[in-house]
Ligand binder design. Sequence first.
Ligand SMILES: *Cc1c(COP(=O)(O)O)cnc(C)c1O
Length: 394
Amino acid sequence: MSSEHPETRAVHPAVVQPAGSRPLSVPIYQGHLFAFDSADDMAAAFDGPQGAFFYSRLGNPTVRAFENAVADLEGGTSALATASGMGAINAVLMSLLRSGDHVIAQSCLYGGTYALLKDLAERWGVEVTYVTGDDPAEVRAALRPETRLLYLETIANPTTQVVDLPALIAEVGDAPDVRTVVDNTFATPLLCRPIEHGADIVVHSATKFLGGHSDIIGGVAVFADADVHRRVWDHAVELGATADPFAAWLAIRGLATVALRVARQNETALDLARRLAAHPAVARVNYPGLPEHPQYELARRLLDGRGGGVLSFELAGGREAGRTFIGAVQLVSLTPSLGDVKTLVMHPASTSHRQLDAAALAAAGIGEGTVRMAVGIEHADDLWSDIAQALAKL
Ligand SMILES: *Cc1c(COP(=O)(O)O)cnc(C)c1O
């Protein structure tokens, strides 16, 4: 239907649909409404996470492209992109748990996840048993008839503990109502694909390695099973936690180079870990790629022979040395987060974990002089020059 009136024509520009060619890269579908030709087509669209698009909180072509790409990398059937990593974790936990349920979780968890589980316990009556993640027998002992979730992280922060996913998941494998959720943010699907080891759901903070440039907040949950996806999607849509198309578009752009970035970050992290381990100011280095790491053999199997892009090290001079070191680096940025093209450093004892005393820090596997470094893609020699001059100030 055409109209002569500019007021109307200004509101109804024709939507250009490419004919005979297609965009080579995924376009940003910023518009959030999709129109139908018939009432039946529209009715069919209300049919769950894989239905036709109609309103972007429920699904969007740019967001779907990101979801499909991550589902493919993780070896899942489908995925749900969210506004943040915590959005994905929240949507998964809130949709699969109810009052009276029991969760088995690794004790060294991302802080936001730990806070969410604490909240679910205090306000919603979800019981949580924490296990170290080092021993399958702990999971076996914790299992109850009410257990609904096993929650793990492939590589823990900042200890770089590597969790034996196949062995731990096998402990709940026969329990039909227990689902395993793995936060694979630190490992990325390039190093480990938890669904191949029996996980039901993989969650990511796409803010980190997948996005890779510290310019988006985003998350994604990948599902082995379409029915579980449906349940989590229902809740994510109610929660309003789904992803924005522009963030999804930047994440797709990030994915294009994730394999290159991760390879480089892993190579440089191993190089720096070795140099740090040989430095007199450094008491210990935690990096799964070093033979002295307690799970070195496991890491070789589980992480495709690599150690990840994050390492931590304990300065011999303790808390004061940690503070001095992070104040002295120049090329390396003093900031939380990880997975960026730039190298980032932080001192948990004086920042993220400053409320903890020495005993509580030790229980979390963090020393007063522990420094966490998330390695970027700069030249290793330039990074080492900066690190060495900062170490020289201790
Ligand atoms: C950052 C992070 C999260 C939370 O992700 P946001 O995108 O900040 O919400 C969850 N898990 C891990 C392991 C993280 O590093």
